[in-house]
Design a protein around this ligand. Structure first.
Ligand code: NAD
Length: 306
């Protein structure tokens, strides 16, 4: 069992750290938010009050933070304090350039390093069924595997530094676009006089079937566990989907623009209209309003909700 410093205890990091502890690892936890630290204390973790205190004495450090700048800031603060040879695993979804910069900083400080973003959402984080997509050396991957196995059940080595983030961005490009497509289809069905249930039944067993429909259907009441059936509480917040689509759009080059930029523009409008903390499937509201030529209704979840 390993001594783990865990930094970033939000919707994902909180349950991931809990699963590490349940598997017998010793967790020292830190989050910038006092309420996240309080929740971690209740879970039985040792609490640190800054990143250096979380990594001191750790064999493995795990970060689960919003964006690349957050990860690089934590690495800059804490790398100098960790024991040489400590394995740093960043599970956040961040841009590939920042991921590679984090690897370089870690290696320059005498550490081992892996980028290992996840798929599976908060349900997967709670159930320890996440998919990890890892980038880094073979030895670093082998060392990380038993710790990642306490939080997930699919652990894939994608290649060298940054490869895990590349896989994650490509996956979420598909996810964002497929959610827009599913939402547009339901709105079109309404216009054509087709009820949601038969459309769901047909597409579920036809070639349009996809994760966005089956697990995260944007029409309430069709999938019991989908965020739409629970007031669009995330799940995966629309602001995070916007971040990922921007990463994909920024990485795309060439003269023919792909769908990443269009999808990002749609989520940009949605988040700018106050819906960033709703689940990303709530994009159907923007698509429905645009189809009707009406303004989008206010968000059901605000930034101040717990
Ligand atoms: P979140 O906003 O719920 O949690 C992030 C946590 O990091 C917060 O508690 C915040 O206080 C903390 N934090 C921010 N800056 C910090 C710092 N400098 N030091 C310490 N703590 C800091 O986000 P989340 O939903 O847990 O997502 C985390 C990452 O995982 C993101 O990169 C996201 O894109 C990715 N992700 C999320 C999901 C999902 O379904 N929510 C799924 C896959 C991947």
């Amino acid at each position: 069992m390993a001594r783990v410093g865990f930094i970033g205890l939000g919707n994902m990091g909180g349950p991931m750290a809990a699963n590490l502890r349940a598997a017998g690892h010793e967790v020292t936890a830190y989050d910038v938010l006092p309420q996240a630290r309080d929740a971690a204390r209740v879970q039985g973790h040792a609490i640190a009050f800054d990143p250096p205190a979380a990594v001191k004495g750790a064999e493995i450090v795990i970060t689960m933070l919003p964006a690349g700048a957050d990860v690089l800031a934590v690495y800059a603060q804490a790398l100098g304090v960790a024991r040489p040879g400590t394995l740093w695993i960043d599970c956040s979804t961040i841009d590939v350039a920042s991921a590679r910069a984090a690897h370089e900083a870690a290696h320059a400080a005498g550490m081992e390093s892996l980028d290992a973003p996840v798929s599976g959402g908060v349900a997967g984080a709670a159930a320890a069924t996440l998919t990890f997509m890892a980038g880094g050396g073979e030895g670093e991957f082998a060392r990380a595997r038993p710790v990642l196995a306490a939080m997930g059940n699919r652990i894939i080595h994608c290649g060298g530094p940054g490869s895990g983030q590349a896989a994650k961005i490509c996956n979420n490009l598909i996810l964002g676009i497929s959610m827009i497509a599913v939402s547009e289809a339901f709105v079109l069905a309404e216009r054509l006089g087709l009820a949601p249930q038969p459309l769901f039944d047909v597409v579920s067993s036809s070639s349009g079937q996809c994760w966005s429909l089956a697990n995260c259907c944007p029409v309430p009441g069709l999938v019991a566990a989908s965020p739409a059936s629970h007031g669009f509480k995330p799940g995966f917040a629309a602001r995070l989907m916007l971040k990922d689509l921007r990463l994909a759009a920024a990485a795309e080059t060439g003269e023919a623009p792909g769908l990443a930029a269009s999808a990002a523009a749609l989520y940009d409008r949605f988040v700018a209209s106050g819906h960033g903390d709703e689940d990303f499937s709530a994009i159907i509201k923007l698509i429905r309003a645009a189809a009707a030529g009406t303004p989008i209704r206010p968000a059901e979840i605000s930034c101040n909700d717990p």
